[in-house]
Design a protein around this ligand. Structure first.
Ligand code: NAD
Length: 287
């Protein structure tokens, strides 16, 4: 398969990441079929895309006709069968191994043998996901950053079985999407989360030990390290459940106590204080 052979891209999952991925694919001129488990969820994803495009129209970076063309390239479905004729598939479903296993097994049985199956997972081993298919050389990590339409990076993760051809094609496709791909090997947390999560965890420990308030800790990292956002505000944005999950994966996989999730993080997740999406995390978002 060559880059020119890719005309239609399947996106599985229409949530935070899935709808962003569908948007950048459609903006790059690809036909997209976006699947979620119900039509309502798929439609919700498309509504988010429409709102994002409205912002571009307002800023005169896109014409109203351009917006309609982009939306016209996105087909919605609740049936995975509708991805049978795609030339490339990107999975962005809930971060859960069992769900991903089912999706990859089904995609493997539906899609032509030469079709690459990419996963946007934040923490699950690409090498493991590849074993759910009969094409492990064509399974790869394509880790987009949130928010997808804005963030330039795609962390391209080669599993143990991923072929050089697969990796090269994903690099070419990522560039076609206007992104900057960086290729790395499969390893717990990849690079982005392996470096980011211990910093966030350390900030939570500092709060836990009463070293400083959330505002103090975040301001120090914003002004002192030139981070656009402090680590606690960033954890709230990512979701504290997701943050805990990724730390736990690294802690379990490496067996190294340096990845031990802070007890305060565990307690906040137990309480349902999951960050922005719950209205409360290290900060209050209800007002
Ligand atoms: P989300 O909860 O916003 O969206 C997940 C969507 O997948 C939901 O709409 C859900 O209904 C749908 N889904 C569940 N099972 C499905 C199935 N079998 N078929 C189709 N759709 C299904 O989650 P998200 O934040 O978009 O995360 C998706 C993936 O992206 C995860 O693997 C996550 O680790 C990864 N990721 C997330 C971020 C982030 O900042 N949120 C960043 C990078 C990568």
């Amino acid at each position: 398969m060559k880059l020119e052979d890719i005309k239609k891209i399947g996106v599985v999952g229409a949530g935070t990441m899935g709808n962003g991925i569908a948007q950048v694919c459609a903006m790059a001129g690809y036909q997209v079929v976006m699947r979620d488990v119900t039509m309502e969820l798929a439609q919700k994803g498309l509504n988010t895309i429409s709102k994002n495009l409205d912002r571009l129209v307002k800023k005169e970076k896109l014409t109203p006709e351009g917006k309609e063309e982009i939306l016209g390239r996105i087909q919605l479905t609740e049936k995975l069968d509708d991805l049978a004729d795609v030339d490339f598939a990107i999975e962005a479903v809930t971060e859960n191994v069992e769900i991903k296993e089912e999706v990859f097994k089904t995609l493997d049985s539906l899609c032509r043998p030469e079709v690459i199956l990419a996963s946007n997972t934040s923490s699950i081993s690409i090498t493991k996901i590849a074993t759910f298919t009969n094409r492990p050389d064509k399974v790869i990590g394509m880790h987009f950053m949130n928010p997808v339409p804005v963030m330039k990076l795609i962390e391209v993760i080669e599993g143990l079985q991923t072929s050089r051809e697969t990796s090269e094609l994903v690099v070419a496709l990522s560039e076609k999407l206007g992104k900057v791909p960086v290729v790395i090997k499969d390893s717990p947390g990849f690079v982005s989360n392996r470096v980011l999560m211990p910093m966030i965890n350390e900030a939570i420990f500092a709060l836990y030990e009463g070293v400083g308030s959330p505002e103090a800790i975040d301001t120090i990292m914003k002004l002192g390290a030139n981070h656009p956002m402090g680590p606690l505000a960033l954890a709230d944005l990512i979701g504290l459940d997701t943050t805990l999950y990724i730390l736990q994966v690294m802690y379990d996989s490496f067996g190294d106590p340096k990845y031990r999730p802070c007890p305060l993080l565990v307690k906040m997740v137990d309480a349902g204080y999951l960050g922005r999406k719950a209205g409360k995390g290290f900060y209050d978002y209800t007002k």
